[in-house]
Design a protein around this ligand. Structure first.
Ligand SMILES: [Zn+2]
Length: 396
């Protein structure tokens, strides 16, 4: 994943499940694309973002007073600082430095300075819990508005038009709240990478993008009074697509796809790529699709935008359809940049392709939104363009 803004790639994914659940031929559970906002919005002002999942250990630093408490809020320990402290899961709890706490989850909270993990500083608190196979997972719980300040500088260029930055703040806020509602019973609602939206903590904050967050504080997008997942991506390549092309999600009027002439000529508008037969075979195998000989791959079932919805995979004398966006993510979304192909062909043991745009293509085209900002569109006009018929409202 590229790490330097503004040319990072943003791909929003609901989940990457194993074959055959996402096989175009398997039965699918369609998730709702709109959710009712609860009357009490206070819990929505917080987000839980996974910083590490199922790892052997993490090292953290805290340069100020901190507290450790249990999941029911009981204080377990107080300290003044931690330096290079190793944290790991034990069979019956969590070890922090020399001390074992015989429970999971536990939370470390600090009021000032933040918590440093993996070279980045995070605000408020981290929750430590048992992940898979007795390993450790780490979740940053913090205020939604603070979270957005660690997202925007990575997702957009702070030098872009200010109205574009405000549109992104509202889209990112809405997406985060939708995920919080969707995953309210899970230990976390988002990851910190391109599978949700890229979050780099307090270290990444920038005064301009923070102002875009502050000036839109509490504003979200709704349709018919309900919240929906405001997907966005780097570059659509001329048309955005309907969300259900990429994910098992119900069709939504504000996610139906629009024409976008605005990203034309920007740096990710066209791309070229190639993959060896062996690479594709390996990616399929890794994702639970056992085969001994891959014979062919063909993009099929073009949607209204012109994107392939599926790949027809021929192997071992058989054939199956696989959702195109799934294979894109399994292979490498930085090389197979979109499923919007202009050419897809095979030459010997190599598949070669040219395409348009970067990302899944649903929701807002970020490079298009940059152009609209330059043209003088307001943030609400930009949002209305990419999420037709949606309304900006305040979280009350
Ligand atoms: Zn576009």
């Amino acid at each position: 994943m590229p790490t330097a803004f503004p040319f990072i790639q943003w791909i929003l994914v609901i989940s990457i499940a194993l074959w055959p659940l996402h096989s175009a031929e398997a039965a699918r559970e369609i998730k709702p694309s709109s959710l009712v906002l609860p009357a009490q919005s206070e819990p929505l002002r917080w987000v839980r973002v996974a910083l590490a999942q199922d790892v052997p250990q993490v090292i953290i630093d805290i340069q100020a007073a901190y507290r450790i408490h249990s999941s029911d809020g009981r204080e377990l320990f107080r300290g003044n600082r931690m330096v290079g402290t190793r944290i790991e899961a034990t069979a019956d709890g969590i070890r922090i430095g020399p001390q074992v706490f015989f429970q999971s989850p536990i939370t470390i909270h600090t009021d000032e300075g933040g918590i440093k993990l993996g070279g980045r500083l995070y605000r408020d608190s981290i929750t430590l819990l048992h992940g898979k196979s007795g390993r450790l997972s780490v979740v940053n719980a913090l205020l939604l508005e603070d979270y957005l300040k660690g997202v925007l500088p990575i997702e957009v260029n702070p030098n872009w038009p200010f109205e574009t930055l405000k549109a992104q703040a509202i889209a990112s806020r809405t997406y985060a709240i939708f995920k919080s509602l969707e995953n309210r019973d899970a230990p976390f609602s988002m990851t910190r990478d391109v599978l949700s939206q890229v979050y780099a903590g307090k270290s990444a904050e920038n005064s301009i993008t923070s102002r875009a967050v502050d000036e839109t504080a509490g504003q979200i997008l709704t349709y018919g009074g309900k919240i929906f997942p405001t997907y966005f991506h780097s570059t659509c390549g001329g048309k955005t697509t309907a969300a259900e092309t990429n994910w098992d999600i119900a069709a939504h009027p504000s996610l139906r796809g629009v024409d976008c002439p605005f990203c034309q000529g920007t740096k990710h508008y066209r791309w070229e790529g190639e993959f060896s037969v062996a690479e594709i075979q390996e990616a399929l195998k890794k994702n639970g699709f056992a085969l001994s000989r891959l014979e062919d791959v063909t993009p099929v079932d073009l949607d209204a935008s012109g994107r392939a919805q599926n790949f027809l995979i021929r192997f071992d004398g058989k054939s199956k359809k696989l959702r195109a966006n799934d294979l894109r993510l399994w292979l490498d979304p930085f090389r197979l940049r979109s499923t919007f192909f202009r050419h897809f062909g095979r030459s010997g043991n190599t598949f070669q392709m040219t395409g348009r745009g970067w990302g899944h293509g649903a929701g807002m085209c970020q490079w298009g939104s940059e152009k609209l900002g330059e043209l003088g569109y307001s943030h609400s006009q930009i949002l209305d363009y990419y999420y037709p018929d949606a309304q900006v409202r305040n979280l009350v």
